[in-house]
Design a protein around this ligand. Sequence first.
Ligand code: MV4
Length: 446
Amino acid sequence: MFKKIVIANRGDVAIRVQRACHEMGIKTVAVHSTADSSAMNVRLADESVCIGPPKSKDSYLNIPAILSAASISGADAIHPGVGFLSENPAFAQIVSDHGLTFIGPKPEHIKVMGDKIEAKKMALELGIPCVPGSDGAIRTTDEALLVAKDIGFPIIVKAAAGGGGKGMQIAFSETELSNAIKLAQSEAEASFGSGEVYIERYLSNPRHIEIQIIGDKFGNVVHLGERDCSLQRRHQKILEETPSPALTKKVRNDIGALAATAMKKFGYESLGTIEFLYENGEFYFIEMNTRLQVEHPITEMVTGIDLVQKQIQISAGEPLGISQDEVSLKGHSIECRINAEDPENFIPSPGKIVDYHPPGGFGIRIDSGIYAGYEIPPHYDSLIAKLIVHGQNREQCLSRLQRALDEFVIGNIKTTIALHQKLLSTKNFIDGEYDIHWLEKHLLKQ
Ligand code: MV4
């Protein structure tokens, strides 16, 4: 097992990884920007190294600085957390070229899934159902029209280098197609430096359901159920839950088994999430995430498995040690993402936290790096806390969550706690009746 790990991240995730390390007797090195010198993960780490100025590009994405921190601290592995360098195949390769372990999958696997066209080809080859669409990149309207004859309208144009919704365009008819392609191409070029696009049949009211899988270096792969991440605003998830109110036990077991079988065939090792759109009882693959995810705690709550410890053990060459029969999903879990933002207009609200009283009690978990007196820097993502609740069933989970939100004090900055309180008192949500558009259409005024 590793003796010392560099955690190349910040905020709640840096603390999450650090907790796993400390419980396993592994020393931690926090790397941080000058804006994060007083962050809680830095205080709690065994060692810390400043790796640059506030801008992520100069610090959390600064590969030479992170490698130097690993070298001077004598670490044997690097955990990339979520975001930042976690899905950068070149970084994963450089880390191993320096004789260190990248805690994550193989660079080849990160690379395939990073290109959405390659990912889709691979998914089809592995027997994962995909949205009907072009076989590869689309260059001209004529090429698109030929595919459209087969799949029909509406059609969505997506960037190959994309993900997260950037560079997407919808065409409802032939007349709109040419414009949609041009717009998507130029947006993709501007955002990712590659104008490559592909097309799919546009699903109008799906849910976003993702399957958590975990595999080791010996070909053992299991699935750990799903997470329903349909509640989002502008491609930012707001609340996630498991199990999904939309799935039966049989549907869950079938898609989970399919995902696990596919990943075994792929030779995938580490944590992974397969994202699907789910509409009219059918699953359609859209993307795969080759990292730990922000919403992983809800899977931990229902499985009882520490995903980060497992991820580290697997990277150290240990066997998974769990068979599919040994995975049982118990109760219900929900995560509310609490952002330092105005709950009405979502304008970031960084600043000093004066009062802090997190909720507690049975079934409550807070993953956060904030504390009373902490000044939230303005340079990063506005996620400041994750409130994760577990209950024996959805009903108990909802009442416990409502109680926890009512107890939560974060003053005197604006947070999205009020938005979650509103969501929890809305009939459609209480009934589990929502799709990927519901939050923006029915709860938020635009
Ligand atoms: C789609 C889709 C409908 N049909 N693909 C958005 C982000 C990217 N990860 C994929 N996305 C979508 N792909 C087809 N063929 C609708 C979306 C989409 C979406 C997906 C998941 C969660 C929220 C979303 C919000 C708007 C659009």
